[in-house]
Write a protein of this length. Structure first.
Length: 408
């Protein structure tokens, strides 16, 4: 190859490189998709530099993906470049690639951005072996071009992630407001009917719910629930659940009818993918009677002069089956002062550093020792005991507590 031809080729190649950079820059400014950028990159290296082999492996989160590939003898979609190949951040040649899965290529170029490895591009099979020197002389261009493409795509991902985070934060704020609306604005503090409650969400938005309603002068409803899952879907499902419950209570106080209807509505809304544990008690002071149903929830404790009792009669969780396979309504005739303690499983499933569970036994033992405490004091003392138990370990679930004192 004479000197004049080499110079001519070099000028042509430089012109191609410049045009390629301008085209890539324009494509980035036009906010073309990642797929389009990869196509431009593919054409630039394959056609303008007349490469016969090209492989671009891109690091997507914690896995490698093949984004551009042609001319190779085998597929590299699942191949992972070893740390030994790329740790020095240098351009790799055939001697470096020998005895590696990429030994059919002549050059390997790792692409970094702020010490973060973004990609590795492998090149090989130049059409005319006499032009290999030309290709080697322009590896810096190939490295720069790859870097521009990868950084642009990385910026796209970061911008997309930021938008997604902003949307998620907005959704969580809405869900939080929705959930706050579910809880009663005021709790009764009457001589014969008092309620105190506490709610600690594990995340910004949880899946717990508690409520009380007055049917008439003598009859009150107390309930607690926990929906599977967290975040916006849990909050919306629980919102629908509360609306359904309150609508049903305006029509009937028959717990069997209510629980069957709630189960059907949860099953339809959640399409069998989520479920709700639920406990509801109807306190009738005039008849000195409690009617209750426990749908797969942690059994609340009822404390009175006769001792302490778990309220466990009921059925399965709501929403798991279109029709409940069995149902037993609990009935209790009572006299005198009563304390009902309701909670969600975030309390009993709290662990300490020794992997010990707080458990229902500790809750019952605590209630035995503190059954004469006021509802507010009972909750505050239990939370102190729980904090002492878990120490520095974070809670893994929402915690909801409700204490109801009443006379019948």
């Amino acid at each position: 190859m004479d000197t004049t031809y080499q110079i001519s080729n070099q000028y042509e190649l430089k012109e191609l490189e410049l045009n390629s950079l301008l085209e890539i820059t324009q494509a980035i400014n036009d906010n073309l998709s990642e797929e389009s950028l990869y196509k431009i990159y593919n054409f630039t290296l394959r056609a303008n530099l007349r490469l016969a082999k090209l492989l671009l492996l891109v690091k997507e989160e914690n896995e490698w993906q093949c984004k551009v590939e042609f001319g190779a003898k085998k597929s590299f979609n699942c191949e992972i470049p070893s740390e030994a190949l790329i740790e020095h951040k240098k351009i790799l040649f055939q001697n470096d690639l020998a005895d590696s899965p990429f030994d059919e290529f002549e050059v390997g170029i790792p692409v970094f951005h702020k010490n973060n490895l973004l990609a590795v591009v492998f090149l090989g099979g130049v059409a005319d072996s006499s032009e290999k020197k030309l290709i080697e002389n322009h590896l810096n261009f190939i490295q720069a071009l790859t870097n521009i493409i990868m950084v642009a795509i990385e910026n796209k991902k970061m911008a997309r992630a930021k938008i997604e985070q902003e949307v998620y934060a907005k959704e969580m704020e809405i869900a939080k407001k929705v959930q706050q609306l579910l809880f009663p604005k005021t709790l009764p503090d009457q001589e014969n009917f008092k309620i105190a409650a506490h709610y600690s969400p594990h995340n910004t938005v949880g899946g717990d719910y508690y409520d009380w309603l007055e049917i008439d002068e003598h009859r009150k409803i107390v309930c607690i629930a926990d929906v599977s899952g967290k975040g916006v879907p849990a909050a919306l499902l629980m919102s629908n659940f509360q609306a359904s419950l309150r609508t049903l209570l305006r029509k009937t106080s028959d717990l069997e009818e209510i629980i069957k209807d709630l189960n059907y509505q949860v099953f339809q809304s959640a399409d069998g993918e989520n479920f709700i544990t639920f406990f509801m008690a109807l306190i009738d002071a005039h008849e000195s009677h409690i009617t209750y149903v426990n749908a797969g929830h942690n059994p609340p404790f009822l404390m009175n002069a006769d001792g302490i009792k778990e309220l466990d009669k009921g059925t399965l969780v709501l929403g798991a089956f279109e029709e409940l396979p069995f149902l037993e309504i609990g009935h209790l005739d009572l006299k005198g002062e009563q304390t009902m303690f309701l909670y969600t499983d975030g309390l009993t499933e709290a662990f300490n550093d020794q992997e010990e569970e707080f458990g229902a036994e500790k809750v019952e033992a605590f209630l035995q020792k503190n059954k004469t405490a006021t509802p507010t004091l009972l909750i505050s003392e239990l939370l102190k005991k729980l904090d002492d138990f878990v120490g520095d370990r974070a809670f893994s679930d929402d915690i909801t507590l409700l204490v109801c004192d009443f006379n019948v």
